[in-house]
Design a protein around this ligand. Structure first.
Ligand code: NAD
Length: 119
């Protein structure tokens, strides 16, 4: 596998299975890893320890301001961002005729718009 030394890798949904394993693999291959998830505890941006690897940061991918603030902070602190992994997502297995508009909007806000905002 490729050597990611000095590269900065940013993941969403890193409280979940796919991104947690992916983050560990990137750390093993030398990357500086920023793991984010809506389930991680909230910290004041000034309290984030960018020395740890992976750095774990709260982020809701549907919150545009939160996304912009965090990406800006990463660029200011680490001066680069090489890899983005959009793994935040929800899967709702509901029969179509029972699916509410509210749930449709929630799934699309996370899986589709969240990915757009991060990119
Ligand atoms: N595991 C599989 O086999 C598989 C297969 C195909 C697709 N997927 C999809 O890939 C994605 C990741 O899979 P997984 O198995 O790691 O899922 P997972 O449920 O273990 O992890 C998803 C993570 O996304 C986070 N999340 C939910 N809403 C969020 C939000 N608004 N902002 C930030 N984070 C949020 C959750 O807290 C969770 O930690 C999911 O969308 C899943 O549906 C998974």
């Amino acid at each position: 596998m490729q050597d990611f030394t000095k590269q900065v890798v940013f993941l969403t949904g890193a409280g979940g299975h796919i991104a947690a394993v992916t983050a560990a693999l990137f750390v093993k291959r030398g990357a500086k890893v920023i793991s984010t998830d809506v389930s991680f505890s909230k910290h004041d941006p000034s309290g984030i320890d960018f020395g740890s690897n992976p750095v774990q940061i709260h982020l809701d991918v549907t919150e545009k301001n939160e996304v912009q603030e965090l990406i800006g902070l990463i660029i200011r602190k680490l001066h680069r961002l090489d890899v983005v992994v959009n793994a935040a997502g929800v899967l709702n297995i509901t029969p179509f005729l029972e699916l509410s508009e509210t749930e449709w909007d929630r799934v699309f806000a996370i899986n589709v718009k969240g990915t757009f905002l991060i990119c």
